[in-house]
Design a protein around this ligand. Structure first.
Ligand code: MGD
Ligand code: MGD
Ligand code: SF4
Ligand code: MO
Length: 717
């Protein structure tokens, strides 16, 4: 497989307003006087670009960047606030009803299901885009008001493999352990399965000073800006990392002082890496031996330096979903952390390992209790001391707290069976979950599905009860961005009549269920309680208040009122493990759960395009995003592969796996490996790639293998 080495394309080009998808607001709007403004953040991805909202006297809302950049999704986000398809009143089986009717119905259903089938028969499916206040309240509400163990969320689709590896190696899980500005001083950044040029365009500005190595089966916009593109076969990144460690050992690039003083477990990792001969790694990954040596050299050897580093090179390794969404995702991330540790990077200035968190509150959303095994502040629900502590904050007996539930995919599998009723908020699993057709069937088998949303998502369409909620510009709260920075979401204007907040709905239902505990509706009061519940935990927010957030932002942990936060987590080269050392964990390559064969001869991999967000429930409604070629599904395919299958540019193709199929027009390009095809997951129905995607799970993180399965293709009839 041809990996390409090329002179860097100026990154400035990618960071310019045009190529990062930005669009200047309509100048005609400036004419009307401004009624009100709010300084808040974009509702979409984990970069959480600072945004100034202005509402004119016509009620029209426009967004503009505060300081940093914004992509086209950010510029157009206000278009959903008064979109004609916005939900503005509760629906019961599709018919408008009053809030009292809807809530009474839902509460009666909970009671009926639970008295027939037990407390755990009611489950909750949350989201990483919900504010910290919402996820905290949701975890509490599920355990106390519903009394159920069954809560999990779409972060299992997103963050959990990196989280598993970070916890195992470093003893703590914060995506970026340093401020993103530190990347400006990095000499080399390795992006493994990350395409920020499309998924976080303004983030490219922080990479502009570094040489880039991009690992991706596709020559993406990000790869085009790289010095070195390693075009791996999907699912082989672990072998690549072990191969680079092998070369680093062979070439004497290791930092033995660092390894001796700050880590454990190196010997096993070294023994494992010894088996990853460059020629063997080339066979697995498709990356040529010369490119492997070039990458190892770029990562470890300073420009002026000889083989043995006179000083450590400032290298940062970043992974994202391309390397993580695999049945061996935890081990794959671990292999890259091993490489970083062997080179002595973590904790050093502008060096180390980080994971690029995805959803708006992908970081905070995984800290405060909406995970099946978790209580606030990263406490574990199976830990007696944690149960006792949190139960005291909640004013209940620890005995009343349920135990751990199951992960997202497993929760969806139980629907209609052990789980009879499900609340979904902040996710659209009918489109975004693997084996989507089966997920829809499971949801239809429920006695009752309840959706909290502001648009009629594909999941909301299946719901017996749909409860319309506020959008980001209509609510206060906090989000925790990709660098662990807690920031304020601020209200621009009140929500339309008929719409309620997620927090209000939880309280009303708790009242109707005579629930133990208290359920505030004021985000500030909930944040204060969250602070107490997280105090002493790993993700300690106890020193942050809304008042303090008026002045500045904080990167957690912030243990106590006088604390200024923790921008750089391992700066003293100690790690929050029992012995203060980071841990090497020897990991071996495993093939993807499903391999290409004579019947299913191609790998399907999946991901994102710039102008659509996630399941597309929000962005597909925005007209201004609809005028790009990416506003419809497509199949990215190599021209040689297309010819072999009798497929031409634009032809409709049926893509079939062992689980199901979808159709998409072909887009021919030599930017993808001939053994691999790609589609994004933003599109529903017959175009939904997740009909084909596999739901095999990583054994540790329980994350599905979104990024590789075997398919066959044929021209669609
Ligand atoms: N425009 C847009 N931006 C988004 C989102 C969105 O939906 N749309 N979602 C947000 C969220 S929640 C997330 S999680 C992030 C995700 O951000 P990214 O991880 O950057 O996005 P993906 O496109 O899922 O995957 C990145 C790349 O992985 C590659 N890839 C596939 N298989 C493999 C493999 O086996 N190995 C390697 N090395 N690479 C592989 C794909 O070709 C793809 O280019 O984006 C966030 N930003
Ligand atoms: N094939 C494939 N599938 C994937 C992925 C992939 O790379 N490939 N990536 C996975 C990843 S990383 C992720 S994160 C998931 C994302 O996929 P989903 O979990 O489906 O996420 P969204 O599409 O953002 O769905 C959010 C829903 O919640 C609503 N919503 C937004 N904010 C709020 C709120 O504050 N309150 C309430 N009540 N509702 C709200 C939105 O309108 C929308 O309907 O998809 C996963 N699926
Ligand atoms: S990069 Fe992310 S946070 Fe910034 S404007 Fe785009 S979607 Fe919003
Ligand atoms: Mo994600």
């Amino acid at each position: 497989m041809a990996s390409t080495r090329r002179p860097a394309q100026p990154l400035a080009a990618l960071a310019s307003p045009d190529s990062d998808g930005s669009a200047a607001p309509d100048p005609s709007r400036a004419a009307l006087p401004i009624l009100r403004t709010a300084d808040t953040h974009c509702p979409y991805c984990a970069l959480q670009c600072g945004m100034r909202l202005e509402e004119d006297t016509d009620g029209k809302v426009t967004a503009s960047p505060r300081g940093g950049g914004m992509c086209k999704k950010g510029w157009t986000a206000p278009d959903l606030l008064d979109h004609p398809q916005r939900l503005t009143g509760p629906l019961l089986r599709g018919e408008p009803v009053s809030w009292d009717e809807a809530l009474d119905h839902v509460a009666a259903k909970v009671k009926a299901v639970q008295s027939a089938h037990g407390k755990d028969a009611v489950g909750v499916f949350g989201g990483g885009g919900l504010t910290n206040e919402k996820v905290y309240q949701l975890g509490k509400w599920t355990r106390l008001a519903l009394g159920s163990k069954h809560i999990d969320y779409n972060g299992r689709f997103c963050m959990s493999s990196a989280a598993g590896a970070l916890n195992r190696s470093f003893g703590i899980d914060r995506g970026l352990p340093f401020p993103k500005e530190d990347l400006l001083d990095a000499e080399v950044v390795v992006l493994v399965g990350a395409n920020p040029a499309e998924t976080m365009p303004p983030f490219m500005r922080f990479l502009r000073n570094a040489e880039l190595i991009v690992v991706d089966p596709r020559r993406t916009a990000t790869a085009q800006a790289a010095q070195l593109h390693l075009q791996t076969a999907p699912g082989t990144d672990l072998a690549l990392a072990n191969g680079l460690l092998h070369i680093a050992i062979e070439q004497g690039h290791l930092d033995h002082d660092y390894i001796d003083a700050h880590t454990t477990g190196f010997d096993e990792a070294r023994q494992t890496a010894a088996g990853y001969w460059p020629a063997f790694v080339e066979r697995i990954t498709g990356v040529s031996v010369p490119d492997l040596y070039a990458a190892a050299r770029l990562i470890a050897v300073p420009h002026s330096g000889s083989q043995a580093p006179p000083r450590p090179k400032r290298t940062v390794i970043l992974t994202a979903r391309g390397s993580e969404q695999h049945a061996n995702g935890v081990d794959t991330v671990t292999s890259w952390i091993n490489l970083a540790l062997a080179l002595g990077l973590p904790g050093r200035p502008s060096s180390g390992y980080g994971c690029l968190t995805g959803q708006g509150n992908g970081q905070g959303g995984r800290e405060h209790g909406q995970k099946a095994d978790q209580l606030p502040g990263y406490r574990l629900i199976a830990d007696p001391a944690a149960r006792e502590y949190v139960a005291a904050v909640w004013g209940v007996d620890p005995e009343t707290l349920p135990g751990p539930g199951v992960s997202a995919v497993e929760l969806l599998r139980k629907c209609g069976d052990e789980v009879k009723m499900l609340f979904v908020l902040g996710s659209n699993p009918v489109v975004s979950a693997p084996r989507a057709a089966r997920v829809a069937d499971r949801l239809k088998d429920l006695d009752c599905l309840v959706s909290f949303d502001f648009v009629m998502s594909e999941t909301a369409r299946l719901a017996e009860v749909v409860l319309p909620v506020t959008q980001w510009a209509e609510e206060d709260g906090t989000m925790t961005d990709l660098e662990g920075r807690v920031i304020r979401r601020r209200t621009l204007r009140p929500a339309p009549d008929g719409v309620r907040s997620d927090l209000w709905i939880m309280k009303e239902l708790a009242d109707r269920l005579d629930a133990p505990g208290t359920y505030d509706t004021d985000p500030e009061a909930i944040f204060e309680e969250l602070g107490r519940a997280s105090a002493g935990g790993k993700a300690d927010y106890s020193g942050i208040t809304y008042d303090r957030l008026e002045e500045r932002t904080f990167q957690w942990p912030v243990p106590g009122p006088g604390h200024d936060g923790t921008p750089r987590m391992f700066a003293d080269l100690t790690f929050p493990t029992p012995d203060g050392r980071a841990r090497f964990c020897a990991v071996d390559h495993r093939h993807p759960a499903e391999r290409r064969d004579s019947v299913y001869p191609l790998y399907l991999t999946t991901g994102r395009v710039l102008t659509q967000y996630q399941s597309g429930a929000q962005t597909r409604l925005i007209d201004a995003l609809g005028d790009t070629p990416d506003s419809e599904q497509f199949l990215q395919i190599h021209p040689d592969t297309a010819v072999r299958h009798g497929i031409g540019e634009g032809d409709r193709v049926r893509i079939t796996s062992r689980r199901g199929s979808y159709t998409a027009p072909a887009r021919l390009t030599a930017d993808i490996r001939p053994d691999t095809v790609f589609s994004p997951f933003h599109f529903p129905g017959a175009a939904n790639v997740n009909a084909a995607v596999s739901d095999v799970l990583d054994p540790i993180s329980r994350m599905p293998e979104f990024k590789v399965c075997a398919v066959k293709i044929a021209p669609a009839p």
